[in-house]
Design a protein around this ligand. Structure first.
Ligand SMILES: [Zn+2]
Ligand SMILES: [Zn+2]
Length: 345
């Protein structure tokens, strides 16, 4: 089979490798699609090294069909359409026992610890099946859309801690795929006004088409004035930071109303150092939070939202490339032109 093999920073090679052999407690998945993500780029550039094996097959956003089932596996049959939550929690550590399995101390991930979806076939390890990370999909949905359950699951996790409520007002900083998912979730949750700030015209138009009430170019327009006007001078109930610019944290503190929520959803560049007017948190009783990865339950929710069409992921998938053209697909995903890019084996 063909796979995109990561040999070290800057070295990604699409080549022939053996189809993985599975054990009696494992499943072999025939990849229908693998969507690309910022994490893949960070691994390739050598910025993310923790847990990354070399060589390994990248890709953690994938879905496909069961091609082979180990003799002791129950609940899956050859031909089943499946999607996978790529973060496998240990289920024993403090965080796993206390509702924060997304921050598990012993978590293992598909796509660099275990070989991932930039490949024709993926071995689903026993530990993942045992933890319930592989989900059967009942509806016939394009695997490229199902693959988006992974980024959506992280947004579902972030949504839960963003304080978005019926008739609420929301500010989303950044309209890449993540910002656009948050936009759709906020609308689904009944937000009255969603303001999206995004420098790219292509992405602003996208946000408007998906239902954003106000779209602002922060480079040429006064975002704070737009927020003030939309919220009668109060500031928004919730701000979600979806671009990794540290200075946006202070902007968010200024544009969120008293008692409101700020979710630093994006990982901030560098170490994330920034100066903030911390007294705003004090006097305005702001709730500042963050989001990392997703729980299996968030993944299941995301999958159901996609299966039922309540979150429309179709327009978010702007490009498809054959696996052989992985390098081209990665540079496309890194540019501002498209949104989500899928590799199709
Ligand atoms: Zn991802
Ligand atoms: Zn754990």
């Amino acid at each position: 089979m063909i796979a995109a093999v990561f040999n070290g920073p800057g070295e990604l090679e699409v080549r022939e490798v053996g189809v993985p052999a599975i054990g009696p407690d494992e499943v072999l998945l025939k990849v229908g699609a693998n969507t690309l993500c910022g994490t893949d780029g960070r691994i390739l550039r050598g910025e993310k090294t923790r847990g990354v094996r070399k060589p390994s097959i990248l890709g953690h956003e994938f879905a496909g069909r069961v091609a082979e089932v180990g003799s002791r596996v129950e609940g899956f049959e050859v031909g089943d359409l499946v999607a996978m939550a790529p973060v496998i929690p240990c289920r024993r550590c403090f965080y796993c026992r206390n509702g924060l399995e997304n921050a598990c101390q012993n978590r293992q991930a598909m796509g660099y610890e275990f070989d991932g979806g930039m490949s024709e076939y993926v071995r689903i390890p026993a530990v993942a099946l045992e933890a319930g990370n592989l989900f059967r999909v009942e509806e016939e949905v394009d695997p490229a859309y199902l693959a988006l359950a992974e980024p959506l699951s992280c947004c579902v996790n972030g949504h839960r801690s963003s304080g978005i409520r019926l008739d609420g007002t929301v500010l989303i900083l950044g309209a890449g795929p993540i910002g656009l998912f948050h936009l759709q979730l906020a609308l689904l949750a009944g937000a009255r006004s969603v303001i999206v700030s995004e420098p790219s015209e292509f992405r602003r138009e996208f946000a408007a088409r998906l239902g954003a009430h106000v779209v602002v170019d922060p480079l040429t327009e006064d975002l704070a004035a737009a927020v003030s006007e939309t919220t009668g001078g109060l500031g928004v109930d919730s701000t979600i930071i979806c671009i990794g610019l540290p200075r946006l944290v202070n902007d968010a503190l200024h544009m969120t109303r008293k008692g409101g929520y700020i979710n630093i959803f994006a990982g901030l560049s560098g170490k994330g150092w920034t100066e903030v007017e911390a007294n705003l948190i004090h006097y305005n009783e702001l709730k500042v939070t963050g989001t990392t990865a997703a729980r299996r339950s968030d993944f299941e929710t995301a999958l159901k939202l996609i299966e039922s069409g309540r979150i429309d992921v179709r327009p978010m998938l702007t490009d498809r490339f054959p696996l052989e053209r992985t390098a081209e697909a990665i540079s496309k995903a890194a540019g501002g032109e498209g949104l989500k890019v899928a590799l199709i084996p």
